[in-house]
Design a protein around this ligand. Structure first.
Ligand code: FES
Ligand SMILES: [Fe+2]
Length: 423
């Protein structure tokens, strides 16, 4: 079956961004098409931190969608990325997540590659005593793993398989690029810890969750109980021009904690729980502004998080239709004082699979995945804040979710949807 024919074979999707059909989270043909059109398509995929490849010869292995990839720093000081796949019969070249290497030798039949991903040697290429071996016209240069283009911003390394992907800063747009630099620029990151969180749902449900400024202070009781994030606080969302990238941000505003908006909605907003040790909430002034929460996403699967002084990057990797891996990397900076480092370590308990703030995000996508079983012909309602996809200074909106679907539908060839002018 040609993948070109697939969109026509998919069910219809209403000509509106305010409805998201549940089949989009359930079908293996959609998953396969996403790998081609999105992850290997004209998008920038987060690969690793530049600081993970600080010395020549260092490498890390990662993924672009489900494609295994190696990122290296060669002796020329430059970064390179190529598929983690031997040109002979397809075995992985790097088996470890990271390390140091002079070159890569495939474990299966010992074909060798340099740090730029070029095939440099074939074991017994000329056979033994004139017998066997590869044909005389076999050309090493004509074989090798596919290579990626690489660009970096503020120490983050992104890669793309496509020649059509615009330059990274154009892809992000000025506002999103500026918000990345706000958190990371001019500082050398230090990795405080990392882990992989396996979540039981389609990757797009997680991206919806990340872009969902409406849910944060409702699902996460910790936020409202301890006055870290309420919808009445100053803040807003920024959506990139093509809809793919977003920023949601807010400022602590103690005056808003006295309002009754949550009580008026008759939704849970407080709890009996109190912290035995409240020092987890004591941060330090880190930025020129008063923003205490900034969640930023880069299409298709990257998240940069600042919650108080907890800074982390998340790489969102689809594993199957109903399984996604989140690779978390928590960051400090080499300029941190010992006291600041301690605060960052403490506040790392706010997020992640057991995090006080965001543990619910690890299961709510699974609730949706289970809830939509048997209903591929039904749709989600994404109408908070209207039908538009624009930036705004309110967060009671699903505009950045609609914007994600605008770019997604376009890239998947599901329509020629144009950005709505309506907010
Ligand atoms: S599969 Fe790599 S050398 Fe054979
Ligand atoms: Fe959340």
């Amino acid at each position: 079956m040609s993948t070109e024919a697939l969109p026509q074979e998919l069910p219809a999707w209403e000509d509106t961004l305010t409805r998201v059909p549940y089949w989009i989270f359930q079908r293996t043909d959609v998953y396969d098409l996403e790998q081609e059109k999105i992850f290997r398509g004209p998008n920038w995929n987060y690969l690793c931190l530049e600081s993970e490849l600080s010395t020549p010869g260092s490498y890390c292995s990662t993924f672009v969608g489900n494609t295994p990839v190696i990122v290296t720093r060669d002796r020329d000081g430059e970064l390179y990325a190529f598929e983690n796949r031997c040109a002979h019969r397809g075995a992985l070249l790097a088996l470890d997540k990271r390390g140091e290497a002079k070159d890569f030798t495939c474990v299966y039949h010992a074909w060798t590659y340099n740090l730029q991903g070029d095939l440099t040697g074939v074991a017994f290429k000329d056979g033994v005593r004139g017998e066997g071996g590869m044909p005389a016209n076999f050309c090493l240069e004509a074989h090798g793993p596919r290579k990626l283009r690489i660009e970096t911003i503020a120490g983050l390394v992104f890669g793309t398989f496509s020649e059509d992907t615009p330059d990274l800063e154009d892809y992000l747009g000025d506002e999103v690029a500026g918000r990345i630099k706000r958190v990371l620029n001019d500082r050398n990151p230090v990795i405080l810890g990392r882990f992989t969180q396996a979540i039981p749902n389609n990757w797009k449900l997680y991206m919806e969750n990340v872009k969902d400024s409406y849910h944060a202070s409702i699902l996460h009781l910790f936020f409202t109980t301890f006055e870290l994030n309420r919808l009445s606080q100053r803040g807003g969302i920024i959506v990139s021009e093509d809809g793919g990238c977003h920023v949601s941000y807010s400022e602590i505003d103690r005056s808003s904690s006295a309002d009754t908006i949550y009580a008026d909605q008759q939704i849970r907003s407080d709890s009996e729980y109190r912290l035995a040790d409240e020092t987890i909430l004591e941060g330090f002034k880190e930025f020129d502004d008063d923003i205490t929460l900034q969640i930023l996403s880069v299409y298709p699967g990257f998240v940069l998080q600042q919650i108080q002084n907890s800074i982390a990057v998340r790489q969102v990797l689809p594993v199957s239709v109903e399984r996604t891996n989140l690779n978390w990397t928590y960051l400090g900076f080499d300029s941190d004082t010992a006291a600041q480092r301690k605060i960052r370590m403490k506040q790392s308990n706010l997020v992640g699979p057991g995090g006080y703030v965001s543990m619910e995000d690890g299961c709510v996508g699974g609730f949706v995945q289970r809830g939509i079983a048997g209903a591929p012909d039904q749709s989600a309602v994404v109408e908070m804040g209207g039908s538009g996809t624009s930036s705004s200074d309110v967060r009671i909106t699903e505009a950045s979710i609609r914007a994600f679907w605008m770019k997604y539908r376009n890239q998947m060839g599901l329509d020629d949807w144009e950005k709505s002018e309506e907010n």
